[in-house]
Design a protein around this ligand. Structure first.
Ligand code: CDP
Length: 239
């Protein structure tokens, strides 16, 4: 067997080349980090849950006509995805004020927003992922106007699909972060992951948090909350 080539290692995932140059293998790690890597821990079982939950959401989105990089799960902690060049932007969609939005605008956490709010952050650890606007994106030549329009449109569609689906499971979709890539044909495609690491999920009845805020804010029972999300989704364990 050929040695595995590690293409990239991030805080929560590793990316490996496969024999097919158009496919990469993503391995979800048990590592948890917050506050730009300042807070770190290993949470046994997180890799399995995020791999399964992310695969579930990508399949749901595909069924609803939203193209994305997901191909298939190949093990409890791994999935194949289409190789794309990630656009260094974090596209955040919010339905309810929380986290940095509450701080920035002085809104009480939990205040519903009159309409979804999209924010763009530059993916740059050294700069602390600053909030940026479309002029910044243009001068930095990070994405074209057409690509940005497409990413924002897709982000709002993802919000509609996930928000409605999750509401049936008694889960409030407070906010989430998406990343996009450009494939070999030059098309923009939804990529990265969609999991309790990248979304805020609150129980609709109790407001109980079932996401990475349990880790960020030392609320305890992090893995139990991720398991609760997986159970409510009612997904199948294909591998
Ligand atoms: O999480 P924090 O309060 O630092 O930031 P936020 O801007 O309120 O985060 C908005 C949403 O994007 C939350 O669901 C975060 O989990 C997610 N996010 C992420 O997945 N990765 C980041 N680097 C920043 C935010």
């Amino acid at each position: 067997m050929k040695p595995e080539t590690l293409l990239y290692e991030g805080k929560a995932k590793q990316l490996f080349l496969t024999e097919d140059p158009a496919i990469v293998r993503v391995r979800y790690k048990d590592a948890a980090t917050a506050f730009n890597g300042e807070k770190k821990a290993t949470l046994a079982g997180k890799g399995v849950l995020n791999n399964r939950i992310s695969a579930f959401f990508f399949q749901l989105l595909r069924e609803q006509g939203i193209a994305n990089h997901f191909i298939k799960e190949i093990s409890p902690i791994e999935q194949w995805v289409k190789k794309v060049a990630i656009i260094p932007l974090e596209v955040v969609v919010r339905n309810v004020a929380a986290g940095s939005l509450s701080k920035r605008l002085g809104l009480t956490e939990g205040s519903p927003l009159r309409h979804p709010v999209i924010e763009l952050y530059l993916k740059d650890d050294a700069l602390g992922d600053p909030l940026i606007n479309e002029d910044h994106i243009s001068v930095l030549e990070i994405a074209t106007v057409a690509q940005l329009t497409e990413m924002k449109g897709t982000a709002l569609k993802v919000n509609e699909v996930l928000r409605n689906f999750l509401a049936q499971k008694n889960i409030l979709l407070v906010d989430f972060k998406l990343e996009f890539g450009v494939d070999d044909s030059g098309d923009v495609m939804l990529a990265d992951e969609i999991s309790p690491d990248t979304c805020r999920f609150w129980d609709m009845a109790t407001g109980n948090r079932m996401d990475k805020d349990r880790f960020r804010r030392d609320l305890g029972n992090v893995i139990e909350a991720y398991e609760e999300i997986w159970n409510r989704l009612g997904g199948r364990e294909d591998v």
